[in-house]
Design a protein around this ligand. Structure first.
Ligand code: ADP
Ligand code: SF4
Length: 730
């Protein structure tokens, strides 16, 4: 199918300084956990997008000097010749696809705590970071300003030597240039503080110096948060924002604009729970009114219609994307070829970001299980190794893990039967997407539904069997499949079992009329009373989402939480707005409390810290701490139990216990994946399905094959020598 001609505009080249972007698809800088320490990962992840049609790919934030060290998070670094060499692997690979490579030169000020380098971060004034714990910076004197500007220049030379085409002076997300511009940080009274002209001076001078150094070889880009979204106290687009663009415009070849700051950078990388595609346009659209240079903006653009509108309406010239390029590295190619229904649409869950926020393990993606696995596992998102046997595979459970396993096995050419008692592919996601704001998570299911339907059309031996009788062990053994994958998922605990006591809670029983699991709430069959208590020790989205849903429906909701409520949502950047939403709805929280027992209409709660700060040995049978006397009763009409999950593994366990019967039934192997193995993130369940499908012909498919590690080895060269190679298993 050819693409719609109205999308042609997205494929027009555009000049940025001395370089040409071959089209309007641009992977903005984003973290992946590779930096310059894992050159193979870095090179493979970025260059793959070149193969997928993107015109440019950037590093993540790339430190220019040890004074900007973000350990325990993982940034790239361009401190020395070693970094130049490692990053060259990335630029060389990108250039093979005719795309451009960009580097986001970064100096963090107090937001980079220098835990590894133990250097002193410097800033416009001394302030304590609102983002990083216990991190201050030193106010620069004039000599130090010149010194830090020289760091940018030296780094720019190294970047050019590493083969970068686009060199950024990065000033979004409250990093150094924006700290000078923003009076929230800049309290100076000399020529670098006060008036806009003075506050802009550091940034403008740095751009001038970097441009003078490498501007004839490289395009000079700057990333600018044109509105920090805090109102008149800080940067507002129609006040300082547009004026700064006008001032710096002659020095810039490419404007990469966004909104927000670092403490709440979820206002930029907006989760779909709160923000739709293009949510930054009301702010960033002003930039084109004052700039004569190409402008790019981000906003989780996955829809070619929306992208086309952005360009034709003159809101931006180039479509910037981080998450859409992770979820589908082949997004431009698929649009170019008119393969719109093959696009793996980013669901906006921010799980990719969560890994960087946790501290730099490789990025993962809910939609794209191959993200981060390009180099170390040799996984290509669009190419699959051919089936090595003629074994047929039965997959029981069409949730995220089962559907992904079936899809990849079908891609490989296996004959697959995907079987579920439910009427629809998607498993637990089908109810999760009905929670407030989570509708876009349904793209995960939709992608697999569409692809499986297409693959079944190609291979008539493959079957999608939905709305079936629950599969039993007898039925599996008699089914006639050689390999069986059990993907039966998990359920919320009905007896209060939780991560604090590892035991049921006396009196908790979801079969009673006034107690409900999340599934029961979502099913909507059990009546729910006015006063709802939601008991939780889970730390992700279910408790706050149900609280929002029930409070919106008019219930009085109190959350009793024994763990940090919604803690994981800090990492997905959903936390601040989630808390604002619960506040708006009048949801109450009894924090640091858990439940000791439940009676009809009331639960006994206790302060989890109520058992005395001193411990002493008091003999066997006696707690070394004081008795917790903080217990009190809280009344409810309905009690919702978000205490924890358990794997639905009865089918797998029975099949395992009947291993002696496998051979006589022609069964060669039975495996368990996804939440049925352990309850985890949807991204993990998807990965688990993807992995087993790729490794089904290995000796022990249940257990992952080793992957390539990029580590320093004592006594050996730091990295393998010889020719650099990315090897996809196809
Ligand atoms: P995961 O996240 O691991 O993919 P889900 O809980 O989302 O798991 O999906 C599990 C799927 O398995 C659900 O669609 C459910 O209907 C299905 N399922 C569970 N047990 C059986 C069974 N015995 N027979 C058929 N389908 C089952
Ligand atoms: Fe999009 Fe979620 Fe994948 Fe991130 S993890 S790219 S937000 S689908």
């Amino acid at each position: 199918m050819a693409r719609d001609p109205k999308h042609d505009i997205l494929f027009q080249p555009i000049q940025i300084g001395p370089k040409t972007l071959r089209n309007r698809f641009y992977q903005v800088p984003h973290c992946i956990g590779a930096g310059s320490d894992k050159p193979g990962f870095q090179a493979a992840h970025r260059s793959l997008k070149g193969e997928g049609g993107w015109a440019a790919m950037n590093t993540e934030y790339c430190s220019i000097h040890p004074e900007s060290d973000d350990t325990m998070r993982l940034s790239a670094r361009i401190w020395d010749e070693g970094d130049v060499r490692n990053l060259r692997a990335m630029t060389d690979e990108i250039h093979k696809y005719g795309a451009l490579a960009g580097i986001e030169m970064w100096y963090g000020g107090a937001h980079a705590p220098c835990l590894e380098s133990r250097c002193t971060p410097r800033g416009p004034s001394q302030y304590a970071s609102e983002f990083e714990t216990l991190s201050y910076c030193k106010e620069m004197d004039l000599a130090e300003i010149a010194m830090v500007q020289q760091y940018y220049v030296d780094a720019a030379y190294r970047a050019r030597d590493a083969g970068f085409d686009i060199v950024y002076v990065y000033g979004a997300h409250s990093y150094l240039p924006l700290q000078f511009l923003n009076p929230y940080y800049n309290k100076r009274t000399d020529k670098y503080g006060g008036s806009l002209e003075n506050r802009a001076r550091f940034w403008i001078e740095t751009l001038e110096k970097v441009r003078k150094a490498v501007g004839s070889d490289c395009a000079i880009a700057t990333r600018f948060a044109v509105d920090t979204i805090y109102g008149p106290e800080q940067i507002e687009i129609e006040v300082d924002g547009m004026k700064f663009v006008e001032m710096a415009d002659p020095l810039v070849d490419l404007w990469d604009v966004d909104v927000g700051d670092i403490a709440e950078w979820g206002e930029d990388a907006g989760p779909s729970r709160f923000y739709q595609q293009g949510h930054q346009v009301p702010w960033t659209r002003f930039v084109k009114q004052v700039s004569k240079k190409p402008v790019l903006g981000v906003g989780r653009y996955t829809d070619p219609e929306k992208m086309t509108e952005i360009v034709t309406k003159g809101f931006a010239d180039i479509i910037g994307a981080a998450r859409p390029s992770i979820a589908d590295p082949f997004l431009p190619k698929k649009i170019e070829e008119g393969r719109y229904d093959d696009i793996r649409v980013c669901i906006g869950c921010n799980v990719c970001i969560s890994r960087w926020e946790i501290g730099g393990p490789p990025m993962i993606c809910t939609q794209n299980a191959t993200a981060g696995e390009e180099y170390r596992r040799g996984w290509h998102p669009e190419k699959f190794p051919k089936a090595q046997t003629k074994d047929s595979v039965l997959v029981v459970g069409a949730g995220p893990s089962g559907a992904e396993a079936a899809r990849v096995l079908m891609e490989r050419g296996y004959t697959v039967h995907l079987y579920d008692k439910a009427e629809k592919i998607g498993g637990h996601l089908n109810s999760v997407v009905t929670l407030p704001g989570l509708g876009e998570w349904g793209y995960h299911r939709d992608y697999r539904e569409t692809q499986i339907a297409k693959l079944i059309k190609k291979n008539k031996d493959c079957v999608l069997a939905l709305g079936q009788k629950p599969m039993t062990a007898d039925a599996v053994l008699q089914y006639g499949a050689e390999k069986v994958i059990i993907a039966t998922g998990s359920s919320w605990n009905t007896d209060g079992t939780n991560c604090l006591t590892h035991a049921p809670i006396p009196g908790v029983d979801a079969s009673l009329p006034d107690q409900l699991t999340p599934e029961q709430v979502l099913e909507g069959k059990k009546p729910i009373g006015k006063r709802v208590v939601l008991l939780t020790s889970d730390t992700y989205f279910m408790a706050p989402s149900l609280a929002e849903k029930l409070a919106t429906a008019g219930h009085e909701v109190t959350i009793v939480s024994g763990t940090h409520l919604a803690n994981y949502m800090h990492f997905t950047l959903e936390y601040p707005n989630m808390m604002r939403r619960l506040h708006e709805l009048g949801v109450k929280e009894i924090g640091h409390h858990f439940c000791s027992r439940v009676e009809r209409g009331r639960l006994e709660v206790y302060n989890i810290w109520g058992d005395g700060s001193k411990r002493s040995y008091r003999g066997p049978g006696v707690s070394p701490r004081d008795a917790n006397k903080s217990h009190r009763w809280v009344e409810f009409d309905s009690l919702v139990l978000v205490t924890g999950r358990h794997s639905d593994n009865a089918l797998y366990n029975e099949l395992k216990s009947r291993e002696a019967e496998w051979a006589q039934n022609g069964v060669k192997g039975v495996y368990v994946i996804g939440d049925a193995e352990i309850p985890r993130l949807i991204a993990d369940a998807t990965f688990s399905g993807h992995r087993i499908a790729r490794e089904i012909d290995a000796a022990t498919p249940q257990y992952p094959l080793p992957y390539k590690r990029e580590v320093a080895v004592w006594g050996a060269a730091h990295m393998p020598g010889g020719e650099f190679k990315i090897e996809y298993k196809v």
